[in-house]
Design a protein around this ligand. Structure first.
Ligand code: COA
Length: 169
């Protein structure tokens, strides 16, 4: 079971998020967003705060049944052009990879967006991040575009999943 809470980016939660960022060096190498060999707590905090505090954005933390932070997701609640919610970044603790936590965090994010009335979720996967593509495909996301990302013009696959309404009763 996974619970999502809005990130506070303070105290023990921040310590966990820093450890999680450090546990995925290949991601930072392929994206070029951080030098994985020099990820200070302060640098990670600045990066996380920039994303969490940007207009229309929110960072959520995923905790397992025992309350341990196992990953986080950065959300754009409504894309200014297509109107859909986007997952900006999902990072799962590399020390507990491939145990279903990524799938569970995404399912919880989709549930939240569905409850807010969204009909689809989108996200960008850097072409350089070949590791992540089979993950998103396994979760039902399909490529709908290939274009440079807004931040750094890196070739990026735009992925989309249609959200079916929740069953009632
Ligand atoms: C991608 C990432 C979020 C996956 O998280 P995870 O918790 O390890 O993934 P899960 O255990 O939930 O995997 C769910 C399914 O995705 C697929 N999958 C996950 N990782 C995969 C891999 N490396 N290769 C092939 N398929 C993979 C599998 O079908 C898996 O189900 P299975 O284990 O029952 O076969 C995690 O590896 C990560 O944080 N990577 C670095 C950051 C990143 O690339 N984020 C995504 C870009 S926004």
């Amino acid at each position: 079971m996974i619970t999502l809470t809005r990130a506070t980016l303070t105290g023990a939660e921040l310590d966990s998020l820093v450890d999680i960022c450090r546990s995925q060096p290949e991601y930072w190498r392929s994206s070029g967003d951080q030098d994985p060999d020099a990820m200070s707590r302060a640098a990670v905090e600045v990066m996380l705060r920039e994303d969490a505090e940007a207009d229309g954005c929110e960072t959520v933390v995923g905790r397992d049944g025992e309350g341990r932070v196992v990953g986080f997701a950065q959300l754009l609640l409504r894309h200014p052009i297509d109107g859909h919610p986007w997952i900006g970044l999902l990072l799962v603790d590399g020390r507990v990879g491939r145990q279903g936590y990524g799938r569970a965090i995404v399912a919880a994010v989709e549930d939240r967006f569905r409850a807010d009335g969204a009909t689809a979720v989108r996200l960008g996967v850097l072409v350089a991040n070949a590791e992540a593509l089979p993950f998103w495909e396994a979760l039902g996301y399909r490529q709908i575009d290939l274009r440079p990302d807004r931040a750094k013009a890196r070739p990026t696959r735009v992925m989309e999943k249609l959200l079916l309404p929740a069953c009632s009763g």
